[in-house]
Design a binder for this molecule. Structure first.
Ligand SMILES: [Zn+2]
Length: 80
């Protein structure tokens, strides 16, 4: 890496520690669940998952796992 890129990388490492700077607007995830693969989406400030549990509860192990991974990067009202 050249010096310019090294400085950017150092800045990137600091940013990676400051997750509240990042606000995820939308994402699509293939989730390899224990029993089946699932498609999970985050858009319009809300989760969608194609698993059976999500249909009734609007939250499931897949969306909650992603909430843990994406700590502070999704809107607060969705995470709570
Ligand atoms: Zn699910």
């Amino acid at each position: 890496m050249d010096n310019g890129m090294i400085r950017k990388y150092e800045k990137a490492k600091l940013y990676a520690e400051e997750r509240d700077r990042i606000s995820i607007q939308s994402m699509a995830v293939n989730f390899d669940g224990k029993n089946n693969p699932h498609k999970v989406e985050f858009k319009d400030d809300g989760w969608q998952c194609d698993c059976h549990f999500f249909e009734t509860r609007k939250r499931c192990s897949h969306t909650m796992a992603l909430e843990l991974i994406l700590d502070q990067m999704i809107p607060e009202k969705v995470a709570s």
